[in-house]
Design a protein around this ligand. Structure first.
Ligand code: CTP
Length: 398
């Protein structure tokens, strides 16, 4: 995706600048052409020689020598993307306020290409209202901000403000700027996570779903240009992007209600949630006391959302479900595919190590309702999401 792309990497004075050579290396490895422009204080953290060797291009720092002056306009026009990583609190502020006192800033103000920033600073600087206002202002100019991490900072303290890791920066840039937007104009509805079915005010029936697979699919659909709505059950780590509309629910009935309300507008629906199949018939108003040796809970079936949507589906809608199986995997999946009237069913077998709940990896086989079967290797959940979305695009949108 980055092959032959022209990336202009800006580096500012922050300890995270020591990671910049690695960013250059990853960009070059991915086939990009890289030029580097850095501020004077960045030179205290990383050497020009390292960067020019890795990028195979001279590194520019000076605004006032004649050659460099000519370059800032040309550099800004040369690039397909200007990425500033790390961007310090100081440079961020100057960019937001329109101050132009070095070559990097002059290049930024001349750039006609999209711009992405990977901020790096201590937590108090990051959280300061002035910094947050600057971030909002830069976003309003259309600049993309690569989310900071929470972790150990240069001060020795822990908190928000760490620059994203080089691999993530490359992934962000690829996904945001260079993936073909084949789903532009399409709407997608994704369900993710478990549901909790209350027993009494303090207890519920739940499951181990982390929501990671559904979230990865939602992100991937958004990268391809779809307008995404994500319905999640109770999960630990939700989405931190405003680009995806997120609706939080708790019970299977609430998930059903949201899915029914959103489905008609949706071109692509992926039911990745692990929805409870049964819910208590009665929810005790008071906490149930352990007054007897046995407790029998009466459960009733929840509504099958995927099946309801399958019967409601119009011809131009694509409906995708998951099948979590422990045995007779293919047979059970094909039966579910037919019964629920989905277009695609994605099988995870709990017999495959590294598949299913809680893992960061998954191993899937996709079955289509016209008899096709697409097996995949075990991969990270974000790569699995890419395979799923590629399959949807290949089968229905190419
Ligand atoms: N699903 C649903 N509504 C439910 C239960 C499941 O929409 N009440 C969806 C899941 O999101 C998934 C698919 O149905 O996309 C299959 O879920 P799975 O748990 O594998 O199958 P079940 O239909 O629950 O059948 P069983 O548990 O008997 O295997």
């Amino acid at each position: 995706m980055l092959k032959n792309r022209k990336i202009l990497l800006g580096i500012t004075g922050s300890i995270a600048a020591y990671k910049a050579p690695y960013i250059v290396r990853l960009l070059i490895k991915a086939g990009a052409e890289v030029k580097v422009v850095m501020t004077k204080s960045a030179k205290d953290f990383v050497s020009k020689l390292t960067l020019s060797t890795l990028s195979k291009n001279p590194v520019l720092t000076d605004l006032f020598d004649e050659e460099s002056w000519a370059n800032h306009v040309m550099l800004g026009r040369w690039a397909d993307l200007m990425l500033i990583a790390p961007v310090s609190c100081n440079t961020l502020s100057k960019m937001a306020q329109g101050q132009c006192d070095n070559l990097l800033l002059a290049t930024y103000f001349s750039a006609t290409c999209p711009v992405a920033l990977a901020p790096a600073m201590d937590e108090d600087m990051w959280r300061h209202p002035a910094t947050q206002k600057n971030i909002e202002r830069l976003k309003s100019f259309g600049i993309k901000i690569i989310p900071v991490h929470n972790g150990e900072l240069a001060s020795g303290l822990f908190g928000d403000g760490r620059m994203a890791e080089p691999e993530e920066i490359i992934q962000y840039v690829t996904n945001t700027f260079f993936l073909p937007k084949k789903l532009a104009g399409k709407k997608a509805l994704i369900s993710a996570g478990p549901t909790y079915e209350p027993i009494d005010p303090v207890r519920f029936i739940g499951n181990h779903s982390s929501g990671k697979m559904g979230i990865a699919i939602a992100k991937e659909l958004q990268y391809r240009g779809a307008q995404v709505t994500l319905v999640t059950g109770p999960i630990q780590n939700g989405l931190s992007t405003a680009a995806i509309k997120t609706i939080a629910v708790t019970t299977a009935q609430e998930m059903y209600d949201v899915c029914m309300a959103e489905f008609d507008d949706s071109d692509i629906t992926v039911m990745a949630a692990a929805i409870a199949d049964f819910t208590p018939v009665n929810i005790s108003k008071e906490k149930i006391k352990k007054s007897s040796d046995n407790l029998i809970l009466e459960l009733k079936k929840t509504k099958d959302i995927l099946k309801t949507l399958g019967y409601k589906k119009k011809v131009n809608q694509v409906l995708v479900g998951f099948a979590l199986e422990t045995n007779n995997e293919k047979e059970n999946t094909l039966k579910k595919l037919q019964e629920k009237k989905a277009d695609l069913l994605i099988l995870n077998s709990l017999r495959d190590a590294g598949a299913g709940f809680g893992h960061d990896t998954n191993k899937i086989t996709i079955f289509s309702n016209d008899g096709k079967e697409f097996p995949f290797e075990q991969k990270s959940k974000s790569d699995v999401a890419r395979d799923i979305v590629d399959t949807i695009i290949h089968l229905y949108y190419e």
